[in-house]
Design a protein around this ligand. Structure first.
Ligand SMILES: CC(C)(COP(=O)(O)OP(=O)(O)OC[C@H]1O[C@@H](n2cnc3c(N)ncnc32)[C@H](O)[C@@H]1OP(=O)(O)O)[C@@H](O)C(=O)NCCC(=O)NCCS
Length: 162
């Protein structure tokens, strides 16, 4: 079934809250969700299947690109929704001029999933102290605009452009 990613609107609140309650029982509460979803500096996206909200992501770009949260409703996991959302987030960050995307992950977070998508642990001790007393790990991924080119290829194209 086709997954669509679109900007969050107020009518998505109940679905996003329900996904948050199930996904982040020990870490995110309603007040925190409200504060990030309502923040005009953040980019909030929802993934939908047949117009039903099945996942969401919140990105902040202030110099650096930082992913506040990403989650998929449990019944729709492992079917590509999270991957689709992450690709959209990376594109949003690139468009805003970011070269690196950061996020803080709970110790029990899906490290393998992030690693598969190109993230590495930038700092074992991250910036967030979760409400269950656990300290996050800071993950990072480089967002490149083009292919890696060798110095020789670069020189050739610079010469051709003259
Ligand atoms: C992490 C999460 C967003 C991934 O979303 P998803 O829709 O399940 O991801 P996808 O279907 O795009 O995953 C694709 C691949 O990752 C693998 N994968 C999915 N979740 C995984 C996990 N938790 N750990 C390891 N691998 C995982 C899948 O097996 C699949 O592999 P394949 O392509 O080889 O078959 C989702 O599991 C989730 O909402 N988890 C709870 C909330 C959470 O922890 N968010 C992160 C906060 S830091």
């Amino acid at each position: 079934m086709l997954v669509t990613v679109r900007p969050y609107v107020g009518a998505d609140w109940d679905a996003v809250l329900a996904i948050t309650r199930k996904s982040f029982r020990n870490t995110h509460d309603e007040a925190y969700l409200r504060s990030i979803v309502d923040d005009p500096r953040r980019v909030v996206s929802v993934a939908t299947k047949r117009k039903r909200v099945v996942g969401f992501a919140v990105l902040r770009v202030q110099g650096q690109a930082y992913l506040d949260t990403i989650a998929v409703a449990s019944q729709w996991r492992r079917s590509g929704v999270g991957g689709r959302l992450m690709s959209a987030v990376e594109e949003q960050a690139r468009k805003r001029g970011s070269a690196i995307l950061f996020l803080d992950m709970h110790a029990k977070g899906p490290l393998k999933w992030y690693q598969k998508r190109g993230f590495t642990v930038a700092r074992k001790e991250g910036l967030v102290l979760f409400k269950d007393g656990t300290r996050s790990a800071l993950l990072a991924k480089g967002l490149y605009w083009g292919q890696v080119v060798t110095a020789a290829e670069e020189k050739k194209s610079a010469t051709a452009a003259r």
